[in-house]
Design a protein around this ligand. Structure first.
Ligand code: FMN
Length: 232
């Protein structure tokens, strides 16, 4: 193992389901290159979104550019700000990331997002970033349906701010996911259980492979950066 570290922030309430499996696959890829990975499950933590206290913007304040609001997230935010890679992973709920992920993003980015003319960033490190989205809709629906377009706009909004404050994220999708353990048991006539099972068995493994490959790629970029910094 190297001294490089990636944090995966999982914004899904379900362990070992679609989002978590994508996270595990990404982690396996990164670890295969010797980068250590820690996964944080937001639903295990007690926290809320930004309280608009502005302690992070108070000139000369001891918590300038830092979210000091005391809850389960505070120590995690401090750790994350110095990491080498950050992955945000979330299911899509009503056309957006989950409320927990949204709250996390507010807490993570706002202290570094400066109210100056350029909206400059005071993030101590511009680490590698990626976002994993899992969702019920298909890739075609996301691209072509007006409802899908709204989802796309919401995703782009988060991606824009992650890029502005940290670094442009790699985007990893899992579409048309398998949502229940037995489609016959749940009221869900919109979905064809046979198609969903086929997706789970044939398409989802391809998404997992993509997540693994992106884990490998991120680890390589991190290690390459490290070598370049050492040689300066
Ligand atoms: C409350 C709720 C809202 C959802 N809204 C959407 C949605 O707007 N678009 C979509 O494609 N999928 C939606 N889904 C489906 C999930 O995004 C999808 O099944 C996801 O892969 C679940 O991730 P998980 O297995 O990690 O829980 C919704 C699921 C729930 C529970």
């Amino acid at each position: 193992m190297t001294d490089k570290k990636i944090f995966i922030i999982n914004g899904s309430p379900r362990k070992n389901w679609n989002t978590d499996k994508m996270c595990q696959s990404f982690a396996d890829g990164a670890k295969s290159k010797g980068v250590s990975v820690e996964t944080i499950y937001l639903y295990d933590l007690n926290f809320k979104g930004c309280r608009s206290c502005f302690a992070c913007k108070l000139k000369g304040g001891k918590n300038f550019s830092r979210c000091a609001y005391p809850d389960d997230l505070t120590p995690i935010l401090d750790k994350i700000s110095k990491c080498d890679g950050l992955i945000l992973a979330s299911p899509i709920y009503f056309g957006n990331v989950t409320a927990e992920m949204r709250a996390f993003v507010e807490r993570l980015l706002f202290p570094f997002f400066q109210y100056d003319k350029n909206f400059s960033s005071t993030a101590p490190k511009r680490m590698e970033t990626a976002i994993i989205y899992t969702m019920n809709i298909s890739e075609q629906f996301l691209k072509e349906n007006p409802l899908g377009q709204r989802t796309k706009n919401a995703m782009e909004s988060i991606e824009t701010f992650v890029e502005l404050v940290l670094k442009k994220p790699q985007i990893i999708y899992a579409f048309d996911t398998y949502q229940f353990n037995d489609y016959e048991k749940y009221a869900s006539s919109a979905f064809d259980p046979v198609h969903k099972a086929k997706q789970r068995d044939e398409q989802f493994p391809k998404y997992l492979q993509k997540a693994y490959d992106e884990g490998v790629n991120m680890a390589k970029r991190i290690l390459c950066r490290g070598i370049m910094q050492d040689s300066l």
